[in-house]
Design a protein around this ligand. Structure first.
Ligand code: G6Q
Length: 548
């Protein structure tokens, strides 16, 4: 048994769970008129309501005791002091420095001047593209930006660029290529004019198979469509820590935006990896995105734990995963422009929290990260909410919505808000058998022949309720608010890793597949029957070879 699951704080929560599991959430609301006030927090324009979870004040106190026992406050300050919190890779995790203003001394050196130099370089570059000063090889201004990168070098920039679409320059279109499947690249390039297209090759390592294959194909396309070798300099820029490989590709130092190995891929949108975002929304808005995140950083450091949004969000997740057995977590943004937010959080949470070995190298005896998934509302309501309302699994969900829409078309936003609130209420309240029958009485005061068939439907019309949700409302989806929301989730992940004693900054689990793909690649090129793997793997390879 681990020290965590045998600790007093953990055992107290375990004892407390059956008490709360028995409680009807409706009753908890009925008993306490202040429940919303007691279990919601505000930060700037963001409201986080976690009152629709099976909690009472005792639950929160016990969760906070667990956090203290795990040394959360110390761990937060260690991260912000630049300690090597990424212990399995022996390095610091300094993504917060990318949005910082003050000095940050690491190993005796202030790293902030370099961070600010890159931002200044991004600023110059961004304005030269946006104002048309920097031109393509035929003298025309750039109109299309194609960013090539995958995973952490793609999901953040895509999500933010889409989310902040109302702030984007109308004369610049952004495109993203991540998948090794040639379909994405060909579909995008088909629409573009090489004379006005700028490529950003975004790769921390500059060795990632998918990115490099796509970058070389893009270069080939550019040369085949009329560009010359010397024009590559002007049409291709790179964001990377690996200057040598970038130069080998043919991009010179002036066109390299550097970042550092202390930024993890999925934490890197604040760095020059965010260049596509800056090109789309402009550097002033990019600085606001950083500001929003910086403000949450400060809140995370300063606010008492019980009033600290990332701490509470993280601990509510712990309560659901470790004490109520939740295996999955839905992210449901009621804002179409946040349609990539679930995918972004999926990487942030699942790559950071999908761990089974603790910091001492021992296998854990408790659950860690849940499966994160989601789609925007109201689309999801007509698709998978059935399972959320009446399925056998209890899936905690985060609902997110702006109070003001960027696109106030007709009555749509009011409808959206009504649906958002109704869904969280329905999940909490459910519908009891008596309520189903009462409805029937009202609808059909005179009992009739259909009574029997009605009775049969009763169980199907009952909603158990008690389905936990967190609601996050904010005034408007602007760059600063989005920055705060993203950083809120980054720190939520950190909080959970401290409780679980795991490393949220490594991702060794992605390596094995890469290694094996390398071996299999070599086996695809000849006509020899493959027998060196298990029968399934051999069978798949051989079927492909026969049917290519
Ligand atoms: C993220 C991961 C991973 C990484 C990609 C791309 O935290 O490390 O998603 O971002 O594999 O890596 P490169 O930026 O090195 O191409």
């Amino acid at each position: 048994m681990s020290t965590l699951t045998t600790s007093t704080a953990w055992l107290s929560l375990q004892d407390h769970q059956p008490v709360m599991a028995k409680q009807d959430l409706r009753e908890l609301f009925a008993q306490d008129s202040q429940r919303f006030k007691n279990f919601s927090l505000k930060f700037n324009d963001i409201l986080m309501d976690y009152s629709k979870h099976p909690i009472n004040q005792n639950t929160i106190n016990l969760l906070l005791t667990l956090a203290r026992q795990q040394g959360l406050e110390k761990k937060i300050s260690e991260m912000f002091c630049g300690r090597r919190v990424n212990f399995s890779e022996d390095r610091a995790a300094l993504h917060f420095a990318l949005r910082r203003e003050d000095a940050l001394i690491i190993d005796g050196v202030d790293i902030m001047p370099e961070v600010h130099d890159v931002l200044t370089k991004m600023e110059r570059f961004t304005s030269s593209i946006r104002n048309g000063e920097r031109k393509g090889y035929s003298g025309k201004a750039f109109t299309d930006i194609v960013s090539i990168g995958i995973g952490g070098s793609n999901l953040g920039p895509v999500m933010v660029t889409e989310a902040l679409n109302p702030y984007s320059a109308s004369h610049i279109s952004s495109h993203f290529i991540s998948n090794i499947d040639g379909t994405q690249l060909s579909t995008i390039l088909k629409k573009l004019d090489p004379e006005t297209t700028l490529f950003i090759i975004a790769s921390k390592t500059f060795t990632t198979q998918e990115t490099m294959a796509n970058a070389h194909s893009a270069r080939k396309w550019f040369l085949a469509q009329g560009g010359c070798e010397k024009d590559v300099q002007n049409h291709f820029v790179a964001v990377s820590t690996n200057r040598m490989e970038v130069e080998k590709f043919g991009i010179n130092a002036d066109n390299i935006f550097k970042f550092w190995d202390w930024v993890g891929g999925r934490y890197s949108l604040w760095s020059a990896i965010g260049l596509p975002i800056a090109l789309s929304i402009g550097m002033e808005n990019f600085y606001l995105l950083l500001k929003g995140a910086r403000e949450i950083d400060q809140h995370f450091i300063d606010a008492p734990m019980e009033r600290n949004l990332p701490v509470i969000l993280g601990l509510i997740g712990i309560w659901q995963i470790n004490f109520f057995g939740a295996k999955s977590h839905a992210v449901l943004p009621y804002d179409q422009s946040l349609h990539r937010f679930p995918a972004y959080l999926q990487q942030l949470e699942m790559e950071s929290s999908g761990k089974r070995i603790d910091r001492n190298g021992n296998e854990v005896d408790y659950s860690t990260g849940a499966v994160v998934w989601g789609e925007p509302g109201t689309n999801g309501q007509h698709a998978f909410y059935q399972l959320l309302h009446q399925g056998t699994q209890i899936i905690p969900a985060d609902f997110l919505i702006p109070c003001i829409s960027h696109n106030p078309v007709g009555d749509q936003h009011r409808l959206l808000i009504a649906n958002f609130i109704a869904q969280t209420e329905a999940m909490m309240r459910g519908k009891r058998k008596t309520e189903v029958c009462e409805e029937y009485e009202v609808e059909l005061p005179k009992k009739s022949a259909i009574e029997d068939s009605f009775k049969k439907t009763i169980p199907h019309k009952v909603f158990p309720g008690g389905r936990p949700t967190t609601s996050i409302l904010f005034k408007k989806l602007d760059p600063k608010t989005l920055g705060s929301l993203i950083a809120l989730y980054e720190h939520k992940v950190f909080v959970q890793s401290v409780i679980w004693n795991t490393n949220p900054f490594d991702q060794w689990g992605v390596e094995l597949g890469k290694q094996l793909a390398g071996k299999i690649l070599g086996e695809l090129d000849n006509k020899i029957q493959i027998t060196s793997h298990d029968s399934s793997t051999n069978g798949l390879i051989n079927y492909f070879k026969e049917n290519r």
